[in-house]
Design a protein around this ligand. Structure first.
Ligand SMILES: *Cc1c(COP(=O)(O)O)cnc(C)c1O
Length: 443
């Protein structure tokens, strides 16, 4: 696979190099250069699996392995096994109501779709480091959800340690338990500060040459191409399931914050998936829907909402979308914006529970509301697949307040409250983080 920076199409890189670098040297994001034709994969029959995450043979892993082989066989001779070992959970498509289905991308280890990208990244990064006999430390700042997906994906990997920084007292009790009970090669640093402080510390570590000479640090954030590519695979899988169920003219509704999820869908389409369009479903952090509506793209501070994983005021993957769609008109042909307020997400959670007997999380609620709006205002005969990004049990307070009942707890989260929390408390001081990393990891 050849990749190039969004800021310099002539700077070509391999997947392996892009994976370890994260960001391109010119500050741009890596983007696949070539087009692939994966249509033949979509024609293979789909074997339906269980709807509740208990049946592991729903066909996602084999399809992902085929797709990964088509893209990356040049760089990994065992890419099929790597992919299968990373993506061990099903991604079923469930009925919601006429014209709308829900693609459940949340049956992975941390119960959110970020598990797909993080697991594939962990597998390919570990293999790349092992081939060169190197080790690395993944540093990740989290406001709640990314940290546990990354921690779970990397636990037990031989070449990599993970250090998660999270803001003390500012993540939910369940999120904190998910972050601090992984153990083994995954350490949680409880920072006396806000999420912005955690991010500042991580950034300071990355620009510290002395530290980087002593400890090989790397990132696993959502701009890494190793997280983006595998996300295209669940679109192929969702599309194939929808077609098998008789759907035509398929549109994806995508709960969006940093826009990695939606960008992956656009890649899948470039590689042969015949989706008609994408709906970008945001909360009131709506700089992309604003742009699509004709205003300037104006990044701004994020505001807090009940769909907090989408509280992003300056979505980093917008740069990738702009590289793919050079004009606003081109982007508008493919992407439609839809904005939901907290109240609208609560109403949708309640309505879906009362009328469809289903719990959905607040992010998915923005996606469902956008899907209904699209069918009402744009195209009533399209079939909309909502990409469901998290298990409702990850947001128990918000969901039960909206629905008046509590969502069932999946096996990944069962009993987690009673596990002992293991974190290292730290002041929000660059020097302290540096000393910790040197003491623990310097060769
Ligand atoms: C991260 C996240 C999103 C947003 O995904 P992007 O790729 O950043 O657009 C939506 N929902 C949930 C539950 C998430 O964790």
């Amino acid at each position: 696979m050849r990749l190039a920076s969004t800021r310099d199409p002539l700077r070509v890189s391999t997947f392996r190099d892009a994976l370890l670098a994260g960001l391109a040297p010119d500050g741009g994001l890596y983007q696949p250069l070539d087009d692939y034709d994966l249509r033949s994969l979509l024609e293979q029959p789909h074997r339906p699996g269980g709807q509740d995450g208990t049946d592991r043979s729903d066909g996602f892993a084999p399809l992902a392995a085929d797709a990964a082989e088509a893209l990356l066989a040049d760089e990994f001779d065992n890419i099929r096994e790597l992919t299968r070992s990373a993506l061990t959970f099903p991604v079923p498509l469930a009925e919601l109501e006429p014209g709308i289905t829900v693609l459940e991308v949340f049956h992975g280890p941390s119960c959110a779709f970020k598990d797909v990208g993080a697991s594939f990244l962990a597998a390919t990064m570990d293999a790349t480091l092992a081939d060169s006999g190197k080790r690395a430390v993944v540093l990740v700042a989290t406001s709640g959800d990314t940290g546990s997906a990354v921690g779970r994906a990397f636990v037990g990997r031989s070449q990599i340690d993970v250090v998660i920084l999270y803001p003390s007292g500012r993540v939910s009790p369940l999120q904190e338990k998910q972050l601090t009970t992984i153990g083994a090669n995954v350490v949680a640093l409880e920072i006396d500060g806000a999420f912005d402080d955690c991010q500042r510390l991580v950034k300071a570590a990355f620009v510290d040459r002395g530290l980087r000479a002593a400890v090989a640090i790397t990132s696993a954030n959502s701009i890494n191409i190793g997280r983006l590519i595998p996300q295209a695979f669940y679109y192929l899988h969702g599309y194939r399931q929808a077609v098998a169920a008789g759907a035509q003219r398929i549109v994806f509704s995508v709960p969006s914050g940093n826009f990695g999820n939606l960008t992956a869908g656009v890649l899948a389409r470039r590689w042969g998936m015949r989706a008609e369009r994408f709906v970008a479903a945001t909360n009131i952090n709506d700089v992309v829907p604003e742009y699509l509506a004709g205003l300037e793209f104006t990044p701004r501070r994020s505001v807090r909402t009940i769909a907090n994983a989408m509280d992003v005021g300056n979505p980093s993957n917008f740069e990738r979308l702009q590289a793919i769609f050079p004009t606003r008109e081109k982007m508008r042909e493919m992407i439609v914006g839809s904005v939901s307020t907290d109240e609208q997400m609560r109403e949708t959670m309640r309505d879906v529970y009362e009328r469809r007997e289903r719990f959905i999380d607040p992010h998915t609620a923005a996606g469902v509301r956008a899907a209904r709006e699209y069918r009402r205002d744009v195209d009533g005969s399209a079939h909309v697949v909502v990409v469901s990004t998290a298990d409702p049990a990850k947001f128990p307070e918000t969901v039960s307040t909206a629905c008046g009942a509590s969502p069932p707890v999946p096996r990944q989260l069962a009993g987690i409250e009673s596990l002992p929390k293991r974190s290292i408390e730290m002041a929000a001081e660059t020097e302290e983080l540096k000393r910790f990393l040197l003491d623990r990891f310097a060769k």
